[in-house]
Design a protein around this ligand. Structure first.
Ligand code: ADP
Ligand code: ADP
Length: 225
């Protein structure tokens, strides 16, 4: 699904140039659940932003299902993002002014899913995430664990092929964190590829493979199964 070769990313300011990704190469197959780990500043967020087509690399190649992403227009990328990718963040990133239901409905409005199908799909995914009873609540009225279940519902409502998760349990206690990891495991077992950045060795053990980064390069890979 993903093949990255010699990927480079630089951040330049007037005084300094930071090499965030230093000829990074890696491959991720359809159906995998991969954890990306490494110390703060090693390039995890940069990599996730590029994989999510939110940012461009400065060099190297990023093939997504065989297509070179750098050759795509922003419009084409936005289309790929909306239909193929789901994002889960540490801080949930829900819209406070919208209800649970409306937050999860939003990606389906963007992709112009007809209203009847939209409502049915939102209900189904809220049931699956066991948050249906809070459908008319606002994010601030929910616990952290509930907010992350809503965020996962929003990420998967368009049936993405790939979920990119950035520290998905970072703001949760261990019991809610484990619940979120179980949900991601279930989604992976149903065929969704998952790439998760984490600082937690415990969470990483839910994955199949840990890719460890240091200074923008892969330093080690651990196969867990
Ligand atoms: P973590 O180590 O938990 O991944 P980061 O230190 O990467 O957190 O910071 C989170 C976000 O802040 C990143 O998405 C990155 O884009 C941004 N960031 C990190 N370092 C800098 C910096 N030196 N200048 C501007 N933004 C930065
Ligand atoms: P991580 O997520 O592993 O903490 P990041 O990808 O956020 O690492 O950052 C990698 C390197 O790039 C760090 O040295 C960071 O300070 C730098 N960096 C990240 N984002 C920015 C930015 N927007 N501007 C300048 N430097 C950045």
């Amino acid at each position: 699904m993903i093949k990255i070769t010699d990927l480079e990313k630089f951040y330049r300011t007037e005084e300094v140039e930071t090499i965030a990704l230093n000829k990074l190469s890696l491959e991720i197959n359809t159906g995998e659940f991969v954890a990306i780990m490494g110390p703060s500043g090693c390039g995890k967020s940069t990599l996730l932003n590029i994989l999510g087509m939110l940012d461009d690399a400065d060099g190297g190649s990023y093939l997504f299902n065989g297509a070179e992403i750098a050759h795509y227009t922003e419009r084409k990328r936005a289309h790929l993002r909306k239909h193929n990718l789901g994002f889960v963040f540490q801080s949930f990133n829900l819209i406070d002014e919208l209800t649970v239901f409306e937050n999860v409905e939003l990606p389906l409005i963007y992709t112009k899913v007809p209203v009847k199908e939209r409502l049915a799909r939102v209900e189904a995914v809220l049931e699956k995430m066991q948050i249906m009873h809070r459908r008319n609540h606002y994010p601030q009225q929910l616990s952290g664990g509930q907010q992350q279940r809503v965020a996962i519902a929003r990420a998967v409502v368009n049936n993405p092929k790939l979920i990119l998760a950035d520290e998905p349990t970072g703001n949760l206690d261990s019991s809610n964190g484990n619940e979120v990891m179980e949900l991601l495991t279930d989604l992976n077992e149903q065929g969704t590829t998952i790439i998760m950045v984490t600082h937690s060795e415990h969470d990483a053990r839910y994955s199949h493979r840990i890719i460890r980064l240091l200074d923008g390069q892969t330093v080690l890979e651990n196969i867990l199964i």
